[in-house]
Every structure is written in structure tokens, then in C-alpha cells.
Design a protein around this ligand. Structure first.
Ligand code: APR
Length: 249
């Protein structure tokens, strides 16, 4: 006799029977690594005006924008570590249960946890580029004491390789993510409000193509009452660990 048909059991069965499961993550998966979300309780947009992440604002006010970027991302959260949810996803990838992680996050925590197949829809904080000559730098090379950081070659202003509002999504991330959304028969959506276009369209695309949607979030999102098939209401670390236990049972 099959065990009671709990939501965890339903989710585990979907993952077991899946041929191509992809994962779509947002800021919520990194909250338990100490990085605040953007929206909701304690969200960064309560303290900062999102304009600081706008491309035109950055180009016109590089110093002010860099001060915010420094506080928002390179400062206290710069040394955040992956949490159990990131590690669980890396383990599931090694077991062949999930194929790809498409993340909106720029914190590199999926890669640090060992996930190999990761597409960063909003770029990364790890590298910076000179707006004049295109020279690339690693964030570790930069002295953030004097802002904006400048290129050693031509003194041009450096910009982090994150996608600011108004900036195009990196071509490879966009095309690979669209391909994955078409190929997926299950999509696991973790820690995102589903607010920001075009990233937020990925779960809708997968679902339209017949994928089942499993969602992990302590709160409801734009997906929960519209396309989510199995809503695992809770924190990412708790739900991912419970899911791993269920998959082993
Ligand atoms: N575990 C899982 N989810 C959580 C947790 C947790 N411990 N804590 C909070 N959440 C959920 C919140 O309920 C919310 O749904 O994480 C989500 C965070 O939502 P947002 O802050 O809107 O983050 P995200 O959806 O990734 O934002 C998308 O907006 O500002 C831009 O570029 C930025 O990539 C970001 C994009």
C-alpha cells in the first residue's frame, strides 16, 4: 500500500518519474545564507530605491550607484556561503534527478555548492567589465575603497556583470533557458515572487509545454494559484531536505 499521498510524496513521485527536471531559483533560496530578498519582509527594496539597479542611472551616476551596489552586494553579503538548499540541488544534479538550474540570483552560491549546469539569467557579481574597453576583471581583484572602480588599462568605469534593469539578458542564458523550459517535464521553482520579466516567464513557458510545477516558498507567489501543481509551503532548506528524505524512502 503506497504511503499517504502527501504533497512531499507527490513531488518526489514527479521527480522520480521525470525525464528532464529543471530548477528555477530566486532570491529566496539565498535568504538562509544571510542574503535578504528584494521584496517582502526585510526586502532590500524597502531600504533602497530599485533605481540604483537601473542601467541609465548607473551610467549617469556611477559613484552613487556603486555605493549602493557595494552595500547591497559586495559588502556584507559578499562572503555569504551556500546553504543546505543549494547543496541539496547539487546532490540531486549528481544523482541525475535534476538537469539544470536557471537562477535569477547573482551570488554564485549554486556554483559554490557544486551545481555544474547553472544559467545565470541576471548575470553575476563575480566579474566586472570596463565600460570603455571591455577589459574583464574578477571582483576579488577590485579595491572597493574608491568608487567607482576604474579600469587599469584606460581608467574607464567598471560595471559588475549583473544585468541591470533596462539591460538585455545575456544571450546564452536567455536561449538556453528557453530551450530548457521547452524540454522540461518538471520544473522546481524555489524562492521567487515571479515578479520580474522576462525571467519570471520561464515557469509559465515550461508549464505551457506540459511541465508539472513544484514550488517551494514560505509564501504564495504569482505562480502558486495559477500554475503550481504541488506547493511545498516552507523554507528552501527545510523543504529540500524533506524532499531528499522522501526521494530516498
Ligand atoms: N526559502 C524559500 N523562499 C523564501 C525564503 C526561504 N527561506 N525566504 C523568502 N522566500 C521567498 C519570498 O516569499 C519571495 O517569494 O523568496 C521570494 C523572494 O522574492 P524576491 O525578493 O522578489 O526575489 P526574486 O523573485 O528572485 O526577484 C527577482 O528581482 O530585483 C530583481 O534582479 C532582482 O533577480 C531579482 C528579481
Amino acid at each position: 500500500m503506497k504511503k499517504s499521498n502527501t504533497k512531499l510524496n507527490q513531488a518526489a513521485n514527479l521527480l522520480r518519474d521525470s525525464k528532464h527536471t529543471i530548477v528555477f531559483t530566486g532570491a529566496g533560496i539565498s535568504v538562509e545564507s544571510g542574503i535578504p530578498p528584494f521584496r517582502g519582509e526585510g526586502g532590500l527594496w524597502e531600504k533602497y530605491d530599485p533605481i540604483v539597479l537601473d542601467l541609465n542611472y548607473f551610467l549617469q551616476n556611477p559613484k552613487a550607484s556603486w555605493q549602493a551596489l557595494g552595500e547591497l552586494f559586495y559588502g556584507p553579503y559578499g562572503d555569504a556561503k551556500p546553504n543546505e538548499a543549494h547543496y541539496a540541488l547539487a546532490r540531486l544534479e549528481k544523482q541525475g534527478i535534476i538537469k539544470t538550474v536557471i537562477t535569477q540570483n547573482i551570488d554564485n552560491l549554486h556554483q559554490e555548492a557544486g551545481s555544474q549546469n547553472v544559467y545565470e539569467f541576471h548575470g553575476t557579481l563575480q566579474t566586472l567589465v570596463c565600460l570603455d574597453c571591455g577589459e574583464k576583471y574578477f571582483a576579488k581583484q577590485i579595491n572597493f575603497d574608491n568608487l567607482p572602480p576604474r579600469c587599469l588599462k584606460d581608467n574607464g568605469i567598471l560595471k559588475p556583470d549583473v544585468i541591470l534593469f533596462g539591460e538585455a539578458i545575456p544571450e546564452e542564458a536567455a536561449s538556453q533557458s528557453a530551450k530548457e523550459a521547452l524540454q522540461a517535464d518538471v520544473i522546481l521553482v524555489i524562492g521567487t515572487t515571479g515578479e520580474v520579466m522576462p525571467a519570471c516567464m520561464i515557469p509559465y513557458k515550461a508549464q505551457e509545454n506540459g511541465a508539472k510545477v513544484i514550488e517551494i516558498n514560505p509564501n504564495k507567489s504569482n505562480y502558486t494559484d495559477s500554475i503550481t501543481d504541488v506547493f511545498l509551503q516552507g523554507k528552501a532548506t527545510e523543504m529540500m531536505q524533506a524532499l531528499e528524505v522522501e526521494l530516498r524512502s
